[in-house]
Write a protein that binds this ligand. Structure first.
Ligand code: B1M
Length: 217
């Protein structure tokens, strides 16, 4: 069961009260509450409740938006606790949310965990088309292209990136990773991505393993 302060964080997140969330996250850390507990049982749990209400038309976009802002405020405080950045960069990753999709909270968590795993990150933000993903990957000499999608209508845009890589003879050059709530293993396989992971922590673990084994071979 979550500690009282974490339950309060969850409540304030649902109300979209960014200042309260920020202050309580700071207090919880001072009290020695584990950062992962704050993230999972406070911030993410609150956002799941908001998501459920949104689906049932009990709340609407403005309420979801303020909850998302409160979530970002909390994550910003947690970031240094959640990641311990290694000294040596282990690889470069270009990450973004695909074209037509503005959801960035999950993508930002992936960016944070990849940084923690030692990646040099090029965060392209949201609504990123295939040309932009590929141009940045080519420019910086990336190892990984990571794509996030939260909408069933934007998931196919992940395939556009994979197809564009194939058309340009670049597919084998990059480790292509996909994720986001509607994405799964079989979709990743279907579009020809290398890896699907369900959460940001496993995305970082898998990216690290994949880059290390590629460099070793
Ligand atoms: Co949107 N939205 N939204 N929304 N929204 C969903 C996704 C939805 C499921 C809500 C619902 O109906 N229950 C629904 C999609 C339905 C569908 O496609 N089947 C939906 C909709 C419909 C929409 C709009 C169309 C609403 C409208 O305008 N009528 C609109 C679309 C705008 C657009 O993108 N073009 C819209 C808008 C918005 C807001 C702007 C208000 C806001 C986004 C704010 C922001 O991101 N800055 C918002 C939010 C917050 C949500 C919900 C409530 C929460 C999403 C979230 O941040 N979750 C969401 C409901 C839900 O998901 N339950 C919903 C927390 C986040 C940490 O999880 O992103 O899944 P997630 O990331 C996870 C994993 O998926 C994984 O790691 C993270 C955990 O560690 N992961 C990866 C993510 N990317 C990865 C990449 C990887 C690996 C793992 O490798 C590269």
């Amino acid at each position: 069961m979550a500690t009282a302060i974490v339950e309060e964080i969850c409540d304030y997140l649902q109300k979209g009260r960014a200042k309260n969330v920020k202050k309580l996250v700071e207090e919880a850390l001072e009290q020695g509450v584990d950062a992962k507990e704050i993230l999972n049982e406070g911030l993410l749990a609150g956002m799941m409740i908001v998501g459920g209400k949104f689906k049932r038309n009990e709340v609407f976009v403005p309420e979801v938006l303020v909850a998302a802002r409160a979530m970002t405020a909390g994550i910003t405080i947690l970031e240094p606790k959640l990641i311990e950045v290694g000294n040596e960069p282990i690889g470069k990753a270009v990450v973004g949310t695909v074209k037509g999709d503005l959801h960035d909270i999950g993508k930002n968590l992936v960016v944070m965990m990849l940084k923690g795993a030692g990646f040099e990150i090029y965060d392209l933000g949201t609504d990123v088309d295939a040309d932009t993903f590929i141009a940045k990957a080519e420019e910086v000499g990336a190892d990984v292209i990571g794509m996030s999608a939260l909408l069933t209508t934007t998931m196919p845009n992940m395939k556009d990136v994979v197809d564009a890589l194939k058309e340009r003879g670049l597919r084998e050059k990059y480790i292509v990773m996909v994720g986001g709530a509607p994405v799964n293993d079989s979709f990743a396989e279907q579009i020809g991505a290398d890896y699907y992971t369900a959460d940001a922590t496993s995305a970082a673990e898998v990216a690290k393993q994949a880059v290390e084994s590629r460099k070793a071979s």
